[in-house]
Design a protein around this ligand. Structure first.
Ligand code: HEM
Length: 463
């Protein structure tokens, strides 16, 4: 049975490659167009095999040396412009003619913020960003703090703590509460919900062929279940708001209550897709950032000592062992813990690359970049550039004591689509580390985690 399935998969894969090749041939312009230099590799697969065979950073470094900071290639079945420099990142990430790549539209939904354009995109951003302002985030400090304490409390009864599991639990509970306050993360319903979100993430990393038993098919099924669940939740909340006028401080309310003269009320489909955007955006990324931060602090005694001193000062100031962290307390973490967070984001490159699709022919430095080509902007090659960050592979938070120059530190991307969750993530990380350091002097069993962590990082960075 397995053999038959494998042969079908191989056949589908070949058909898929053939179609990609035919489509990509359509996109290549006649040679009169001056493209950025580059190599397009083999027919069908282009340079995808080298991209995966070499480490992606080696792939980028060798081509950057050969062709310059912006080069053309053929990756994952599409003719692609690859950007590795600050100047090019700023250009592509602010360019009005570089839209969403559309690679995941079918899976993540047509109305999702990351696929929306123009006034629709601006509308969703207004709503999400409205929740990330200090006045709103202030209210989340208590929730995040309680969550961090609850998770750390449970460590006391465990012989060994697998940090990745714990950081996933933390980010999962935090994001669920952010999306809908009334949902309790540990109920079977919520565990199923996050399993479905996870299936979506896995599906996004697969070839998009809808055949039985494949992870892609499972992701589509998970997507349908998520829609049904969220639809029920939205209808229930709409009814509650209508009957009692009861308000909640969560994303569900923000979307439902948003009134716009031009758009009117937001449809269930729009709310569903964008709640999924928050669940997708805020889960694994935060968990990985926290995991890396703990690891780097553990391996760098000097940085650890500085962060510890800062947290102890806050702890002593509170004057009691039973205290609530406040927004103002988190402001006391800017000098040391916040720079350690920034250094973690730079070095770990949790989202190492973003993609765009060119919507009409554009010019860049005398080259023509054709419509329908993909653009890959690699933030990781900027963050690991020795000319910008000397000793780039070393964890050294002190480098962020002087603010980074525009475009040189872009873990959350840049321009109109910059991640709206950056302030929330930083808050979550600071609160957790504060509680961890003031409660435990930790020692980690990282060797248990390494294989899992590495595979997570590779998939999350699209590497
Ligand atoms: C360490 C954690 C995180 C990292 C590194 C990160 C990074 C990114 C990046 C690189 C993008 C793509 C921007 C682009 O296409 O140019 C993005 C988009 C997005 N992120 Fe995050 N993110 C993180 C956490 C979060 C959290 C906690 C949330 C919300 C709960 C969130 C919500 C979003 C949303 C909604 C978008 C789409 C924005 C748009 O298309 O306008 N992210 N994020």
């Amino acid at each position: 049975m397995e053999l038959v399935l494998q042969s079908w998969n191989a056949l589908y894969f070949l058909v898929f490659l053939l179609s990609l090749w035919l489509i990509s041939r359509k996109f290549y312009k006649p040679s009169t167009i001056k493209l950025p230099p580059g190599s397009h590799g083999w027919p069908l697969v282009g340079e995808s095999l080298s991209f995966f065979r070499e480490s992606p950073l080696d792939f980028l470094t060798t081509r950057r040396k050969r062709f310059g900071g912006v080069f053309s290639s053929n990756l994952l079945g599409s003719p692609t412009i690859v950007s590795t420099t600050v100047e090019a990142a700023k250009f592509f990430l602010s360019c009005a003619d570089c839209g969403p790549s559309g690679l995941f539209r079918r899976l993540i939904g047509p109305k999702i913020i990351s696929e929306a354009i123009g006034s629709e995109h601006a509308l969703y951003r207004r709503i999400v960003l409205g929740m990330m302002v200090p006045e709103t985030l202030k209210h989340h400090v208590e929730t995040i703090d309680n969550l961090a304490q609850e998770i750390l409390e449970s460590w006391g009864s465990k012989k060994t703590v697998t940090v990745m599991e714990e950081t996933l639990k933390f980010s999962y509970c935090a994001v669920i509460g952010f999306v809908c306050q009334k949902l309790l993360p540990s109920t079977p319903e919520m565990i199923d919900l996050m399993r479905d979100v996870q299936a979506l993430v896995t599906g996004m990393l697969q070839f998009p062929i809808d055949i039985p038993f494949t992870p892609y098919r499972k992701a589509l099924q998970a997507r349908a279940r998520l829609n049904t669940f969220l639809d029920g939740l939205i209808n229930e909340r709409r009814a509650l708001l209508g009957a009692k006028g009861e308000r909640h401080k969560d994303a569900l309310d923000e979307f439902i209550m948003h009134k716009d003269d031009k758009v009117g009320t937001i449809s269930n489909q729009q709310v569903e897709d964008n709640l999924i955007a928050l669940l997708l955006g805020g889960h694994d990324t935060t968990a990985l950032a926290l995991l890396w931060l703990i690891k780097y602090l553990h391996e760098n005694p000097q940085a650890f000592r500085e962060v510890e001193e800062e947290q102890r000062r806050i702890f002593v100031k509170k004057g009691s062992t039973k205290y609530k962290l406040t927004w103002e307390d988190t402001k006391q973490m800017l000098a040391t813990l916040r720079v350690a967070v920034d250094e973690t984001l730079r070095l770990s490159n949790i989202v190492g690359m973003v993609t765009r699709k060119i919507t009409k022919d554009i010019s860049y430095k005398g080259y023509t970049l054709p419509k329908d080509w993909q653009v890959q902007v690699h933030m990781s090659s900027i963050h690991l550039d020795e000319s910008i960050y000397p000793n780039a592979t070393k964890f050294d938070p002190s480098r962020f004591k002087v603010p980074a120059k525009t475009g040189t530190f872009i873990p959350f991307s840049y321009g109109q689509r910059i991640c709206p969750g950056s302030a929330l993530v930083k808050l979550e990380l600071c609160v957790f580390i504060h509680r961890l350091i003031t409660k435990y002097r930790y020692f980690l069993f990282l060797f248990f985690l390494l294989p899992f962590v590495l595979s997570k990082i590779l998939t999350n960075c699209n590497l």
